[in-house]
Design a binder for this molecule. Structure first.
Ligand SMILES: Nc1nc2c(ncn2[C@@H]2O[C@H](COP(=O)(O)OP(=O)(O)OP(=O)(O)O)[C@@H](O)[C@H]2O)c(=O)[nH]1
Length: 604
């Protein structure tokens, strides 16, 4: 029987022996119990440790709130960890450059990069616009890069020079370019690809200058707004915007309506199992559905979204006005010919246009044909005249141009309207935000019925939004009627649909399709970061899980060991007492034996 004595913790009288093979089964049970509890504790702590990276829903909401506040601050260009990206939106009415930035990816494979619009030293968004659209370069494509130079120089002055080489530049052209013959489009793009890299050091290749399809534009706008609203977040938590809704897994996404100068897009998520369709409808629906994965790993199917997206070229606000003028001119001249009238042929016998404010005069010219017009500001009559331009078919499941429209659950959906949807409601009417059909109709009607002289006077007095210009004043009556017709007659939105917001800024972030474009184009970058992180973790994994790194775990283990020791000592003490009582004479002998062996005694 071996004897071990403990002298450093106990009083001298505590000298005792420990049998190597315990003769006490209860002691063994206690040991096993302790061992089991320790393991359990360790396991729980390790599990908990894995979750330390993720914060609670409440924390996440708070973090999001802080992030929104942070979005309004000047971008810290000294921070070496920030990445930058540029998107040029070459639209039909003008081009604008957006400068975005993002920090390192947060490591959660469910999240996209946290891309935000850059803000300058005065905390103003870094964005610059030029007019006219790039399609104005159609006949002089060799000057396309000169045309874009002011935008790129502006961006180059804002992005730190050391970052230029790694800053991707995307030049994405929309409807204005789509309307040009392919030959002219290619000539413009070729000039950009050839000349811009000579002057600017951004990451730019041939594939990064393109004419995107309307479908892409719609999907990008859809991604942009849903990202800003946090609808791609997957964790279980109450929705900040709809707290009554406890969302598990995926959140309900919002749909978009985006009316530019030349084209119009609608996009919304559709369920994977669509309603019963005829084979023809099924075929039509397939063409209009975009299925894409927003996860950084294509194998993660929980990030697959199925979105109905349609684009209508020629249905943007400015282009619709041109189509309307074509229609009016042709109809009036035909009537003149048939009935011998002279309507619109001179300024004193103008065509009375219900879609222009009262008293506004204008001249429509097409191929040497001229039509003199004067506004009569009749919004209802204007709407009625626009009906043929919607080109609806008789089928109930079709929207504009007779295109199949996937059913929308108007009782359980949310939409955001951008560009003309916002400008038409806000610029002069000042009712942007939550859209209410009857209120909008009343305001638009009142505006239309005003005399042009009164409107221009109000404009001079600064009564309209700072974004409103003369073009807006002139065409507001037409555009508001067009928007209304498109929304309710074209897309069949109920007149009292309560869940449409018209917007340009959401949480003070400008929501443009360009944000969705850069999010989509950089969606695999997190995977690269995660892989690098994975390699780093593999090297340092022991360190990360070690007790020293994890101080909570370390203290818990110390506690468990101390507990085990104390219990063990108490147990031995009891055994010792029992034995002392059983053989008192032997006790002395034990002490005599033990003291010489150890030779160290604490206490008297
Ligand atoms: N109030 C206001 N109007 C704008 C602004 N930007 C453009 N517009 C006007 O809105 C109309 C539509 O312009 P955009 O939304 O830029 O459309 P676009 O990109 O030119 O058109 P697409 O090529 O069809 O996408 C044009 O008549 C512009 O003059 C803006 O920031 N504020």
């Amino acid at each position: 029987m071996a004897r071990i004595s403990f002298s450093f913790l106990c009083p001298a009288s505590w000298y005792f022996t420990v049998p190597t093979v315990s003769p006490f089964p209860r002691q063994r049970v206690a040991f096993l119990g302790l061992f089991f509890i320790s393991c359990l504790l360790l396991l729980m702590l390790i599990m908990d440790f894995r979750h330390w990276g993720a914060s609670s829903p409440r924390d996440r909401q708070y973090e999001r709130y802080l992030a929104r506040v942070g979005d309004l601050e000047a971008t810290d260009t000294e921070d070496p960890d920030l990445n930058y990206g540029l998107v040029v939106d070459c639209g039909s009415s003008g081009s604008r450059i957006f400068v975005y930035f993002w920090p390192r990816h947060n490591g959660n494979p469910h999240d996209l990069l946290d891309i935000k619009q850059m803000r300058d030293r005065n905390s103003q968004p870094v964005v610059k616009k030029i007019k006219p659209g790039i399609s104005a370069m159609a006949d002089t494509p060799e000057h396309a890069s000169d045309y874009l130079r002011p935008l790129l120089s502006f961006a180059a002055a804002h992005v730190p020079v050391r970052k230029h080489k790694e800053t991707p530049l995307y030049i994405l052209c929309t409807a204005g370019m789509r309307l040009l013959p392919e030959r002219k489009q290619l000539a413009i793009l070729a000039d950009l690809v050839k000349d811009l890299p000579l002057e600017f050091d951004f990451l730019f290749s041939q594939s990064q200058a393109e004419v995107i399809s309307g479908k892409q534009e719609g999907v990008y706008a859809w991604i942009g707004i849903n990202f800003v609203l946090g609808r791609f977040d997957h964790e279980d938590e109450a929705d900040a915007e709809a707290p009554q809704e406890l969302v598990t897994g995926r959140r309900r996404t919002v749909g978009i309506l985006d009316m530019g100068g030349a084209s119009l897009q609608i996009a919304y998520e559709v369920p994977t199992s669509t309603s019963v369709l005829s084979p023809q409808e099924e075929e039509a629906a397939k063409i209009l559905l975009a299925e894409f994965n927003l996860g950084c790993d294509v194998q993660h199917t929980e990030h697959v979204y199925r979105v109905y997206v349609t684009t209508f070229l020629g249905f943007g606000g400015n282009f619709a006005r041109q189509r309307y003028e074509d229609l009016v001119l042709n109809e009036t001249l035909n009537k003149n010919r048939l009935l011998g009238h002279k309507t619109g042929l001179s300024p004193d016998n103008p065509f009375l246009d219900p879609c222009l404010p009262v008293g506004l005069t204008d001249v429509v010219e097409r191929n040497s044909q001229v039509l003199h017009v004067r506004g009569r500001g009749d919004w209802a009559a204007c709407g009625a005249m626009l009906s043929p331009l919607l080109a609806r078919s008789n089928t109930s499941q079709a929207s504009l141009n007779g295109i199949y429209q996937s059913p929308i659950d108007f009782n359980n959906s949310e939409f955001y309207g951008f560009s003309e949807f916002f400008y038409c409601t806000e610029d002069v009417l000042r009712i942007g935000g939550r859209y209410h059909g009857p209120t909008f109709a009343k305001a638009a009607q009142d505006y239309c019925g005003m005399a042009w002289s009164v409107l221009t006077q109000r404009f001079k007095n600064g009564l309209f939004s700072s974004h409103a210009d003369e073009h807006r004043l002139k065409y507001q009556c037409f555009k508001s009627a067009w928007m209304y017709q498109v929304l309710h007659e074209g897309f069949h939105f109920p007149y009292d649909y309560p869940n449409l917001q018209t917007a340009q800024l959401v949480y003070d972030r400008e929501v443009q399709w360009t944000l969705g474009a850069i999010l989509y184009k950089t969606r695999f970058l997190p995977l690269r970061d995660l892989r690098q992180e994975g390699v780093r973790q593999a090297h340092g994994s022991w360190f990360r899980l070690s007790f020293v790194y994890n101080h909570y775990l370390f203290f818990a283990c110390i506690l468990v060991v101390l507990l085990a020791i104390i219990l063990y000592l108490l147990r031995l003490r009891r055994i010792h007492h029992r034995q002392t009582r059983a053989s008192a004479p032997l006790n002395l002998l034990w002490i005599e034996e033990v003291v010489p062996i150890i030779g160290v005694q604490v206490g008297p």
